[in-house]
Design a protein around this ligand. Structure first.
Ligand code: ATP
Length: 268
């Protein structure tokens, strides 16, 4: 059974159809990239998957997340799925982080939530140990300082590592990463991409990775779906699509990205 199965997804608002008849699925452990230029409907598709579309959207079709229908699901049903089944990392880590709460406390929240869901009681020391090991897994330096820092006291790349640690704390079956490196400089982008890629493999998580950049997607996923103006125009193994794009639009994405690809260097 697919972990995520999207069939005929159509999203419209204010008389405009922004995503049209999109279908794709992700098997457990599979890494799928969703690419397309700005405004092609990538983020709306991701938000629909976790039931977080803005108000006023009409949703047609079906989204099954770990066998549960998301379209028309109640908020309480979605709360049960978010985090535990699908966790998210967004472009701007500040949106995931509370600016007024120290990093250690923020990472502790999903840890405690996960234990509560499992009906387990955990003491403060055990939570602190888990927070420490999560921050270690995302290769943050000087963890004792970082747990006591506010988000504005650490760098953008470090904030994104914290956001990834919070997603990992949920132990999700599916990680949805929406342009997680776009806001970062090229060197930090490469580090975060390689980190994400390694973590997803280690934990055998499935990954829905959203980007406008084909080389970025090629670095972390095996398959790709290409969106243009809300429609799927091409799909396949990422290297096949990269080497021999069938559609002119995909070709233009490949061409535009070549310079960046060179800057990335070889994948680990
Ligand atoms: N709340 C909204 N109300 C109306 N239109 C919206 C809303 N959110 C997004 N859109 C429109 O839907 C289209 C798809 O948006 P979406 O954010 O999914 O694109 P994207 O492919 O993720 O782009 P980007 O790479 O820039 O994030 C765009 O034309 C956008 O302007």
């Amino acid at each position: 059974m697919s972990l995520l199965d999207i069939r005929g997804l159509t999203l419209s608002t204010g008389g405009q159809t922004l995503v049209s008849d999109v279908s794709f699925s992700i098997a457990p452990g599979e890494r799928l990239g969703l690419i397309g230029e700005s405004g092609s409907g990538k983020s709306l598709t991701a938000l629909a998957t976790i039931g977080l579309l803005p108000r006023g959207f009409r949703v047609q079709g079906s989204i099954k997340l770990d066998g549960h229908e998301v379209v028309g699901a109640s908020e309480s049903a979605m709360i049960a799925l978010r985090g535990a089944t699908a966790a998210t990392v967004f472009q701007e880590p500040l949106t995931a982080l509370n600016p007024l709460m120290k990093v250690g406390k923020q990472v502790a929240e999903p840890v405690v939530r996960r234990h509560r869901r499992a009906g387990e009681t955990v003491d403060r020391a055990a939570v602190a140990r888990e927070v420490h090991s999560l921050l270690e897994r995302v290769s943050l330096p000087d963890i004792d300082r970082i747990v006591k820092s506010y988000p504005y006291e650490i760098s953008g790349g470090q904030r994104q590592r914290v956001a990834i640690a919070m997603a990992l704390a949920c132990r999700p079956k599916l990680l949805i990463a929406d342009e997680p490196t776009t806001a970062l400089d090229v060197t930090t982008q490469v580090e975060i991409l390689d980190l994400l890629s390694g973590l997803v493999r280690e934990d055998d998580m499935a990954l829905l990775f959203i980007s406008h950049d084909l080389p970025v997607v090629a670095r972390v996923t095996e398959n790709v779906v290409v969106l243009r103006r809300g429609e799927v125009i091409e799909r396949g193994q990422v290297h096949a699509v990269f080497d021999e794009p069938k559609h002119e639009y995909t070709r233009s994405l490949v061409d535009a990205a070549t310079a960046f690809d060179k800057a990335l260097g070889p994948a680990r």
